[in-house]
Design a binder for this molecule. Structure first.
Ligand code: C2E
Ligand code: MG
Ligand code: MG
Length: 286
């Protein structure tokens, strides 16, 4: 217990010191159109380049950053880095970022995000925010206002890890999502579990009925890819397309495919002066 506590406080101190030192870096996973095999964008996945322990997974440090109140600062530094990387990519490629439920409770979140977009001169329509079902479970009114505000700026919103949390179908209907992501748990077990196939079939019908595009996460093999394509026209991601890589890795991938931006896009984001610097009003939970 004592050594666990020592490790935990070492991580806390490490996060505090590591943010200004730039130890938290974005890795990127390819997102692909499963019908054509075309690369459509990347999901940014946080990594901690820890001086003692090497590259650490977000599952270790995100919950701690949330608990010690540093998640916004950490996330903002990662998004800033990712927007700057993505400016070098072909403008048809999108950038997806994961957002903690705690950030969605921040009434200034939309404004902070828009400021980052303006600073990077990054067009909002290329940014996709991924939120998990946990966000919907509490403060649905605040989340609805925030999502609407982000969408009004042209940012897209995806519901991540669908099927593993507590979202109700009513919430799916009333919140203006642009996309659903099927959790990798269902996708990777497609070959071995008939329950997973039934669930994916149901999510696919839901997507078709509600006109919501679907991304399948966790495609690890050709067999799973073949199986998932039978359910409809999905986008997908997973280790079949390669492990997540850092910004240099992405640049090499894109250079090989002639998908690096040729010239910087002209002023795609609004200017700082045009930003509505108002917090999202607090609304009672529905
Ligand atoms: P997620 O958003 O669902 O991201 C997908 C996770 O699945 C990533 O793990 C990715 O490396 C892993 N993955 C992708 N394809 C495959 C596959 O084919 N097989 C297997 N076994 N795994 C695959 P990672 O990078 O460890 O991220 C875990 C979670 O941490 C993410 O789940 C996301 O919820 C969270 N996360 C990552 N970056 C951030 C961030 O910047 N902010 C916040 N708040 N959360 C983040
Ligand atoms: Mg995600
Ligand atoms: Mg996910």
């Amino acid at each position: 217990m004592e050594s666990e506590l020592r490790f935990r406080s070492e991580l806390e101190r490490g996060i505090r010191d590591g943010i200004p030192r730039g130890e938290f870096i974005p890795y990127y996973e390819k997102q692909v159109d499963l019908d054509t095999g075309e690369l459509t964008g990347f999901e940014m996945l946080a990594r901690w380049n820890n001086p003692t322990h090497g590259l650490l997974s977000p599952e270790i440090f995100i919950p701690i950053a949330e608990e010690i109140g540093l998640i916004s600062e950490l996330s903002e530094s990662l998004i800033r880095h990712a927007l700057s990387d993505a400016r070098e990519w072909d403008p048809r490629l999108s950038l997806s970022v994961n957002i903690s439920p705690l950030q969605l409770r921040d009434p200034w979140f939309a404004q902070k995000l828009l400021k980052l977009l303006v600073e990077a001169n990054f067009p909002p329509h290329r940014l996709d925010i991924e939120i998990t079902e946990t966000c919907l479970h509490e403060n649905i009114g605040v989340v609805r206002t925030l999502i609407t505000s982000l969408k009004n700026q042209g940012i897209r919103i995806s519901l991540d890890d669908f099927g593993t949390g507590y979202s109700s179908l009513a919430q799916l209907r009333t919140l203006p999502f642009d996309q659903i992501k099927i959790d990798r748990f269902f996708v990777s077990s497609l070959g071995t579990s008939s329950d997973s196939a039934t669930i994916i079939e149901a999510i696919s019908s839901l997507g078709k009925g509600m006109n919501l595009p679907i991304t399948a996460e966790g495609i690890e093999s050709q067999e799973v890819l073949t199986a998932i394509r039978k359910f409809g026209s999905f986008k997908g991601q997973g280790f079949l397309y390669g492990q997540p890589s850092d910004s240099d890795g992405v640049r090499s991938i894109l250079a090989e495919r002639s998908l690096l931006a040729t010239i910087a896009e002209p002023d795609a984001a609004p200017s700082v002066d045009e930003l509505p610097f108002r917090p999202v009003p607090r609304v009672a939970s529905a």
